[in-house]
Design a protein. Structure first.
Length: 458
């Protein structure tokens, strides 16, 4: 059964038929029935033919069977034939390029002119080739197009965040046992008790202490007996024994006066006084009277509640606004109306991958000791003032790939400019490049300008 004339004309190209261009086939003359249908004489095949690149785009159409470019082997009676002259194919491609819906047909992507329509609508933003847009005063009034000048302002950002109060870890301390023994007394016995530097917080009985005291007394007696023996080596050895015994007792916490009394007055010290090296408040007591401890066991944890930290979580997108030393105002829900002043002492190097935040440490003084660890607090971090060019945030159009600002360059003419922006604060956006001070920028009506630009691009 012979193909219909409609099928043939569709495959060869509507543009070629409309133009009245003769259709040629390579190697073999056209079948007589096809020549009769087209009203054209059958033509002899040329000696050689070269596949036209434009014809390759029809390989994906039904009946083409995936043949190579320029081949129509899938059609009856056309095995191995060429698609014809370059002129006919070029005319067909030009005629079909503007037909709606042709860009999506299989095998049509290779035809010249078929992708222009799709490319023109692919980018819904302003085309980079747009130089300026002119709209009438009436259109500007209807679209509410308003402009303001870009100005240089002295900006000082204030960032608010929520944090938790914690002790200053540099002021934490522990009281430990220096020798094994039994706790006989606890002069400081409750959490919250205040401790002064050097204050005795516990008394410890230790058999090792009694033995060390006996060593010191024996060494002292030997030193007195052998100190004038006339043998320098013996005299030096006796003095060394006394020195070693005194040093051991000092390391265990006995004061120089107690050691001197032991050596000269033979006063036996039964309990070792345990003193705190730093002042603070007891935040944890770990022992009871009568409890046996080993050397190094912790008896008390101390902290200074007058100097605290506030650990605030800052979003990673805003961490660039925070600098070391920035002033911070701290408030706590527990004390409405009260304010504490501090400063940023550390920006932590780690980012929390779950919350995408970075901790910032604010050091704050609380002389009245109102603030407590684990309380929630709100911090307002103020950055130093700096001069920057800024425009209203509504003037910046974010296309996804770039940010532009419409600048008025004539009476009714606007031009898009790509800009680099800083972090927006308080409805204003810093401009790092792309706009100069005094430029009139559109703060409203950007939709009309964008639509006009797209129409010009088409």
């Amino acid at each position: 059964m012979k193909p219909s004339i409609l099928a043939v004309t569709g495959l060869v190209g509507l543009g070629a038929i409309a133009a009245g261009t003769a259709v040629h086939f390579g190697k073999l003359p056209a079948p007589s029935w096809l020549a009769a249908k087209l009203g054209q004489p059958a033509l002899a095949a040329p000696a050689s033919s070269t596949a036209n690149p434009g014809a390759g785009s029809m390989a994906g159409m039904p009946g083409m069977n995936g043949q190579s470019t320029g081949s129509m082997a899938g059609m009856p009676g056309m095995n191995g034939q060429s698609t014809g002259s370059d002129k006919a194919q070029t005319s067909a491609a030009a005629g079909m390029a503007g037909m709606p819906g042709m860009a999506g047909m299989p095998g049509m992507s290779g035809m010249s002119g078929m992708s222009q329509g799709a490319a023109g609508n692919q980018n819904a933003t302003i085309a980079p080739s747009i130089q300026a847009v002119t709209i009438s005063p009436g259109e500007q009034a209807l679209a509410d197009v308003n402009t303001v000048p870009a100005t240089v302002q002295e900006l000082s950002s204030s960032l608010r965040a929520v944090g938790q109060i914690a002790y200053d870890t540099r002021l934490l301390s522990q009281v430990t046992a220096r020798v094994a023994g039994r706790i006989d007394a606890l002069p400081v016995s409750a959490v919250g008790d205040r401790v002064r530097p050097g204050q005795t917080v516990a008394s410890l009985y230790s058999p090792d202490l009694v033995a060390a005291e006996a060593e010191l007394r024996i060494a002292g007696q030997a030193d007195r007996a052998l100190g004038s023996s006339g043998y320098p080596v013996v005299d030096a050895g006796a003095r060394e024994l006394v020195r070693a015994a005194r040093e051991k007792l000092a390391l265990w916490g006995l004061s120089p006066r107690q050691i001197r009394d032991l050596q000269h007055d033979h006063r036996t010290v039964v309990d070792i006084p345990i003193s705190s090296t730093q002042g603070g408040v007891v935040v944890d007591r770990k022992v009871e009277v009568g409890q046996y401890v080993k050397a190094g066991d912790v008896l008390f944890d101390l902290a200074d509640p007058r100097t605290l930290w506030v650990l605030a979580d800052i979003p990673e997108t805003e961490i660039g606004l925070v600098q070391l030393g920035d002033a911070a105002d701290v408030t706590a829900p527990a004390f409405p109306g009260r304010h504490w002043h501090g400063h940023v002492s550390l920006i932590y190097p780690q980012l929390d991958p779950q919350t995408r935040t970075i901790k910032v440490r604010i050091q704050v003084d609380s002389p009245a000791e109102n603030l407590r660890p684990q309380m929630y607090a709100t911090v307002a971090i103020a950055s130093p003032a700096r001069r920057e060019l800024e425009v209203p945030t509504s003037a910046v159009v974010d296309t996804g790939l770039r940010k532009i600002v419409w600048v008025k360059v004539g009476k009714d003419t606007f031009r898009p400019r790509q800009v680099q922006v800083g972090t927006a604060m308080g409805g204003q956006t810093p401009i790092l490049g792309g706009v100069s001070a005094g430029d009139q920028v559109a703060v409203s009506g950007g939709f009309l300008l964008d639509a006009s630009a797209q129409l010009q691009a088409e």
